[in-house]
Write a protein that binds this ligand. Structure first.
Ligand SMILES: Nc1nc2c(c(=O)[nH]1)N[C@H]1C(S)=C(S)[C@@H](COP(=O)(O)O)O[C@H]1N2
Ligand SMILES: [Mo]
Length: 226
């Protein structure tokens, strides 16, 4: 056999190896997005308009830490998995942006209040200030977080939040306008500062951000059994 044929044979085998070899491991796909929950029609992840102040952020989950700080006795620094170890809850909630669009989705997450309780808040703490990786911030009274049983979500419509939707965590600020639904949350600070104003709040947006008048009594999020 000539040298030429030998080389061609080797090249052929190499190509065959990559074509066949790579086909062996099936790629794992995430479950598809759900379209309804308990008979209620849901909107889609695709229905958001991405208009974050600095565009989508990408968070390295290996080094990510969620801080719970400020007026607390037990400062926390939690990895993604440690946050997910808290009791999971799910609830259908609609996000309304001041731009006039709205999306109703099934959210899955942990209770913000469970994280705060673990950090043992001091009595002076009246407000919760949330900070994100893009420099965004917003605040909500502690009483509202407790009363409304607000979630820190890691899934929407049963899919892990994609980067543009706030991975790893977005606040589900139920009954509050979209600018309270902070994405890419890295720090939860307990404070006694009722005058704190977040990113849009310092640019003229109302600090209460209420959507109309919520009716109440509000249904609790459901415990997710697994
Ligand atoms: N970190 C961060 N969170 C944010 C924002 C932002 O710019 N940065 N925008 C807010 C606004 S105005 C809305 S309406 C909601 C949903 O915005 P989206 O459609 O861009 O996800 O995210 C909120 N959370
Ligand atoms: Mo918004």
């Amino acid at each position: 056999m000539s040298r030429k044929w030998l080389w061609l044979g080797i090249v052929f085998l190499v190509i065959l190896f990559f074509v066949v070899g790579n086909g062996e491991e099936p790629e794992r796909l995430e479950t598809t997005e759900i379209q309804e929950y308990q008979g209620e029609k849901l909107d889609s992840i695709e229905d958001f308009r991405e208009n974050s102040i600095k565009g989508p952020q990408s968070v390295d989950i290996e080094t990510y830490q969620l801080e719970v700080a400020g007026l607390i006795n037990n400062p926390l620094s939690l990895t993604y998995d440690e946050v997910l170890d808290f009791q999971a809850y799910e609830k259908v909630v609609q996000l309304n942006c001041v731009e006039g669009w709205a999306v109703k989705l099934l959210w899955e997450g942990v209770l913000v209040m469970d994280l705060i309780d673990q950090a043992d808040p001091m009595e002076e703490a009246t407000h919760v200030i949330f900070y994100a990786v893009d420099g965004y911030a917003t605040s909500i009274p502690l009483e509202t977080i407790r009363e409304r049983k607000m979630l820190l979500a890691y899934k929407m419509n049963e899919l892990t939040l994609p980067p543009e939707r706030g991975y790893p965590f977005q606040l589900v600020a139920e009954d509050k306008l979209g600018y309270k639904w902070i994405k890419w949350v890295v720090k939860i600070e307990l404070s006694d500062d009722a005058n704190f104003r977040g990113y849009w709040e310092t640019r003229g947006y109302d600090n209460n951000a209420d959507i109309g008048t919520p009716e109440g009594p509000w249904p609790d999020p459901e415990k997710k059994k697994d």
